[in-house]
Write a protein that binds this ligand. Structure first.
Ligand code: ZN
Length: 323
């Protein structure tokens, strides 16, 4: 026999159950993406799957999701993957950049040194107004990138100004950039890198260097890098790339990776990578830690095209997954 109190309690439980039943029977999603090739390296998934999204989150990844959805996308023959993060772009150079790379699937980008202390506010404003996560590296040269090379006058690598630029924009600046090619820095490459480290140190930020065809050899450059620093254009051809004259990976390069220096693809245009270097290095097991584009607003016509193109051209990610 139930007393009144128990009856009320049972009734309440019944009401809760009834309220939940419709949700269970007609599980609705905001969106289902049907039949695409779902690639999620974080769980080693590469298979044909449906993906359901509810409340802005992934609600299910299954072979066949039957629940009703407000919107459905037929993704047969297409790749469905997580948003791409591009750590070397110049998307902050114009306010059109972020929307353009978003169309390419880039949900997070870093502008790698387009601007220095003199003009970082413009890039920072683009980053803050972006429809996705936008961040910037401040160029150690106060001028940012200039076509004739921003470090031929070492006085442009002004540590105090760079520190000020970082301090004013701590919400978007995530590191310091130094381009070390001979045509950018000449014999100032090592001093520019020292100054980049000096500017980054009080903020505990990484430095990204752009290598290839530098005045100084890698064995002089790499000791100036700390754990978490990034070498972009890692497969840049000689002189002074990651291989010796016989095509062997330099011991200094392998040692830098062992102590936590990150090596980034950094596609770019001619001169930033060549297939001979890619093949020799990868045959010796030297794969990228990260793949990036060096994208800018003219990339559609220069061969970089977009991030998915860089990924499939290089096949670096696929090769790594299949190892
Ligand atoms: Zn670049």
């Amino acid at each position: 026999m139930m007393n009144r109190r128990q009856l009320v309690r049972a009734g309440a439980a019944g009401a809760v159950l009834l309220a939940r039943v419709p949700k269970v029977l007609a599980a609705t999603y905001d969106l289902t993406i049907k039949g695409g090739r779902v690639i999620d390296p974080s769980v080693e998934l590469d298979a044909i799957r449906d993906v359901a999204i509810a409340g802005g989150k992934i609600a299910a990844v299954e072979v066949d999701i039957a629940g009703e959805a407000t919107n459905t996308i037929d993704a047969h023959g297409k790749i469905v993957t997580a948003g791409l993060i591009d750590i070397h772009t110049h998307a902050g150079r114009s306010k059109d950049g972020p929307a353009l790379v978003l169309q390419d699937g880039v949900t997070g980008w870093v502008d790698a040194g387009s601007a220095g202390a003199d003009d970082i506010e413009q890039v920072a404003a683009v980053a803050r107004g972006a429809p996705q996560i936008g961040r910037a590296l401040v160029n150690i040269s106060r001028s940012g990138i200039v076509p004739d090379g921003e470090l031929h006058d070492i006085n442009h690598a002004n540590v105090a100004l760079a520190k000020g630029a970082i301090a004013r924009n701590l919400d978007v600046v995530v590191g310091v950039k130094a381009r070390l090619s001979n045509n950018v820095a000449g014999a100032n490459d090592l001093e520019a890198l020292r100054r980049a480290q000096e500017a980054a140190a009080p903020f505990n930020l990484p430095v990204m260097i752009h290598i290839g065809q530098s005045f100084s050899p890698m064995r002089a450059i790499l000791p100036l890098l700390k754990r978490g620093d990034i070498v972009t254009h890692m497969y840049a051809p000689a002189p002074n790339g990651i291989l010796d004259d016989q095509g062997r990976l330099l011991p200094d390069v392998a040692a830098a990776r062992r102590r936590g220096v990150i090596f980034d693809f950094g596609n770019g245009v001619t001169g930033h990578f060549d297939w001979a270097t890619v093949e020799r290095a990868t045959k010796q097991g030297f794969w990228p830690d990260t793949v990036s584009t060096d994208w800018n607003v003219t990339s559609k016509t220069t061969g970089v095209v977009d991030f998915p193109n860089v990924m499939s051209n290089s096949s670096c990610l696929v090769c790594r997954l299949n190892r």
